[in-house]
Design a protein around this ligand. Structure first.
Ligand SMILES: Cc1ncc(COP(=O)(O)O)c(C=O)c1O
Length: 416
C-alpha cells in the first residue's frame, strides 16, 4: 500500500493502527488485517426520509429563500433585541406575543379581508401545527368527522389519525371543493384551500363560498381555511378570505412559509371566540409557545410595512417565472394542460392518459430533474395523471431547460 500510494511505510502503519484503535479493522499478530464485522454492518446506507437532491428542482412548496429580506429582518431583530422588555424573553401569553397578534390582525384585515381580532389569534409553528391543533380541538369538542379535498394536502392523514379524527373525502373540480357532495355527507368540519386549491389551483367559486358558509352555519359546523399562498396572485385582485364572511364558523390558518421562509416556522390561527381557550391550551401543552424573538421580529417587520414591501418586490419575480414556465410548457410539453397558474408558486400540468405519471417522475429524477406527480395527493383514490411544477426557486432559463428535458422524456416514453 505504501508503494501504491507513494507514501512512507510509517504513515501506512499509523493509519492502520488508527483504524484498529477506532474499531474499523481487526488485526491479529501474524495474521491478515480484516475489516471488523460491526464496521461493515454499520456502514451508513441511504438515510430513509432524506429528500433526494436534484440538479433542477420543480418540487412543489418552495419559495425562493435566496430572496429572504435579510437586511430588513436583521433590522427588526436588532430592534427587538435592543428595545423589547426582558420579560418578552420569558413565557409569553398562551396565544403568542401581543405585538404579533396585533400586527397580524391589522395586516390580515387590510390585505386578506378577514375579521381578525388580536384576542382571538393563536400563533403556531406553521400550518403543520395549525392542523395538529385543529384535530386535537375537534376531538375534545366531539367533532370527529373532518372533510378534506381530493386531491388535497396529505399531512392531514397522519395528523387526523393521531388525533382519532376520521377523514371524509370530498372531490374538487374547476370551481374548487364540491360543496354539494360535502353537504350530502356527514362531516362536521372541513379543511379547504379556497383562494388557491391545493394542488389544482382552482379558486372556490362565489356560489360555493356562499353554500359552504350556509353549510357551516346551518349545522354549527367548522371550516378550516388554509390560506397558504393567497398573497401571490398575478392576473387579478386577490380573493378575500372566507373568514371575513363568518368568523364564528371559519378558522383561518396562515403561514409565513410561502411568503418569507419555511424555516421561520411561523403560522397563525384566527379562531372563533368560543374556541380560543381550547386552541391556546392545545398550543401550550404542545410546546409552550413559538419562539419569542422570531414572533417579535415578525411583529416589527409587519408593523413597519416591510412585509408588504417584500411581497411587492417578489410578485413580479414569481410572475416572470410563472410566465416562463407556461411558455416552456407550450414549447416543450404541448400535450400538458396547465391549470391553477393565476396564483401561488406552482402550477398543475394535467397529462394525457397515455403518459405514465410515476414513470415520467422516475425518469426525470434519473436525469436530475425533481418533480412531483399529482397521484400521491389523491391518497388512496386514483386520479388522472399530472405533474406539480413548482417554479418558486428556479430562474427562467433553468425552468426552460428543465421543461425541455421533461418534454424529451415524455417524447421518448411516447415512442416506446
Ligand atoms: C396546502 C399547504 N398549506 C400550507 C402549507 C404550509 O405549511 P407550513 O406552514 O407548515 O410550512 C403547505 C406547505 O407546503 C401546504 O402544502
Amino acid at each position: 500500500l505504501a508503494e501504491q500510494l507513494e507514501l512512507s511505510r510509517g504513515v501506512i502503519v499509523e493509519a492502520y493502527e488508527q483504524l484498529v484503535a477506532e474499531g474499523y479493522l481487526v488485526s491479529r499478530p501474524g495474521g491478515a488485517t480484516t475489516v471488523a464485522a460491526r464496521a461493515a454492518e454499520a456502514r451508513p446506507g441511504a438515510i430513509a426520509g432524506r429528500r433526494r437532491e436534484h440538479r433542477l428542482d420543480f418540487r412543489y412548496g418552495r419559495p425562493d429563500v435566496t430572496q429572504f429580506p435579510r437586511t430588513s429582518w436583521l433590522r427588526s431583530l436588532r430592534r427587538v433585541l435592543t428595545e423589547a422588555p426582558s420579560e418578552r424573553l420569558s413565557y409569553l401569553d398562551r396565544r403568542g406575543s401581543d405585538e404579533l397578534r396585533a400586527a397580524l390582525a391589522e395586516y390580515l384585515n387590510r390585505v386578506r379581508g378577514t375579521a381578525a381580532d388580536p384576542e382571538r389569534i393563536v400563533i403556531c409553528s406553521g400550518f403543520a401545527q395549525a392542523l395538529f391543533l385543529l384535530t386535537q380541538v375537534l376531538r375534545t369538542i366531539g367533532r370527529r368527522r373532518l372533510a378534506v379535498e381530493v386531491p388535497g394536502v396529505q399531512d392531514v392523514v397522519y395528523t387526523a389519525d393521531q388525533s382519532g379524527v376520521r377523514l371524509v373525502p370530498v372531490p374538487v373540480d374547476e370551481a374548487g371543493l364540491d360543496v354539494a357532495v360535502l353537504a350530502a355527507g356527514d362531516a362536521d368540519a372541513v379543511l379547504v384551500t379556497p383562494a388557491h386549491q391545493f394542488p389544482t389551483g382552482a379558486v372556490l367559486s362565489p356560489e360555493r363560498r356562499a353554500a359552504l358558509i350556509a353549510w357551516a352555519t346551518a349545522g354549527d359546523r367548522l371550516i378550516l381555511e388554509d390560506d397558504y399562498d393567497a398573497e401571490y396572485r398575478y392576473d387579478r385582485e386577490p380573493i378575500g378570505a372566507l373568514h371575513g364572511l363568518d368568523p364564528e364558523h371559519v378558522i383561518y390558518a396562515g403561514s409565513a412559509s410561502k411568503t418569507l421562509a419555511p424555516g421561520l416556522r411561523l403560522g397563525w390561527l384566527l379562531v372563533p371566540g368560543r374556541l380560543v381557550d381550547r386552541f391556546a391550551a392545545a398550543k401550550e401543552a404542545t410546546d409552550r409557545g413559538s419562539a419569542s424573538l422570531e414572533q417579535l421580529a415578525f411583529a416589527d417587520f409587519l408593523a413597519r410595512g416591510e412585509f408588504d414591501h417584500h411581497l411587492r418586490r417578489m410578485r413580479p419575480v414569481y410572475r416572470a417565472r410563472r410566465d416562463g414556465m407556461l411558455e416552456a410548457l407550450r414549447r416543450h410539453l404541448p400535450e400538458a394542460r396547465p391549470v391553477g397558474a393565476s396564483a401561488g408558486l406552482h402550477i398543475l400540468a394535467w397529462l394525457p392518459a397515455w403518459l405514465d405519471e410515476s414513470r415520467l417522475v422516475d425518469e426525470a429524477a434519473r436525469l436530475g430533474i425533481g418533480v412531483d406527480g399529482v397521484g400521491p395527493y389523491y391518497g388512496e383514490r386514483a386520479g388522472p395523471p399530472g405533474l406539480l411544477l413548482g417554479y418558486g426557486t428556479l430562474a427562467v432559463p433553468q425552468i426552460q431547460e428543465g421543461i425541455r428535458i421533461l418534454g424529451s422524456v415524455a417524447a421518448s416514453m411516447q415512442r416506446s
